[in-house]
Ligand binder design. Sequence first.
Ligand code: SIN
Length: 343
Amino acid sequence: MAAMNTTATSASSLPLPRVAVLATGGTIAGSAPDAAQTAGYQAGVVGVDKLLAAVPALAGVAAVQAEQVASIDSKDLDFPLWNTLLARIHTLAAREDIDGIVITHGTDTLEETAYLLHLTVKTAKPVVLTAAMRPSSSLSADGPLNLLGAVTVAAARAAHGQGVLVAFNNRIHSARDIVKTSTYAVDAFQSHEVGVLGWVQDGRVEFQRTVVRPHTAATPFDAANGWPAVEIVASYAGASRTAVDALVAAGVRGIVVAGTGNGSIHATLQAALAQAAEQGVAVVRASRVGSGHVMHNGAAPDDALGFVSAGSLNPYKARVLLMLALAAGMKERTVLQLAFDTY
Ligand code: SIN
């Protein structure tokens, strides 16, 4: 784990906020042989010291210290890295000389890490994720400005107590709401239905609303409880029960189904899931649509079938919450439903 420090003084000579940057890889740390290449590149190969050096303006925003926690393409994200990140965040947040934390991450699984941290980090200090859609070597790379935005948010008093945030493309999103919505566009993230929390631009941080649902220290969730096996299946034309039967036989604790529309499920798949629920597997009904919410007892009779409805969480975020809830000892369907209605 490499570490580096940059010191900075403000124009007014007031001490600058102190921000720790934890780098994990991703396209923000990606590199291609040709500056015109924005798809064929290697993610997670540029070190955090080089990422910081590309943003001289950081020196006017915060005293930044940085650590290379990992160098991965976030498609390969795993539980040990989540554990490492949480341990580093808690150690740094406990320090009086750290005011905020930034995590650089790949965009592909950013929404999962962000929500996981939102539910498990126990600090009111700002924890802000950022990323990039273009590798650091490309023309008009978006990483440097996103990094500057994230450090600016992490250094802001107004960001305290807002839960885990994502600063991307001048926008500030709540970790609960943000989803990746484009495979290539620089403006790749949205908070569907509810919108952004605010904006960061030219050194100014502006919040438009606050986060309503409990998060961080106000949740009972703790990643130290382990990671129960929870998998995702999808419903589609001609869906079979093969995947569900295999997962139950493998001993999974939970299954999230990415249903069609308002979480409706092919009759064959639904019968298999109802059987799984009867055998004690937690079944959560989400939607593959990408925005909107799944109404309880709406497109499927959840209470009769033993299902939990995911509300506005997409299948990937629903899986994160289900793992944490099961690990916290929540087994009863009504208790799990309450968790989904609350967090
Ligand atoms: C990754 O998720 O690590 C690669 C893709 C990206 O960051 O945009």
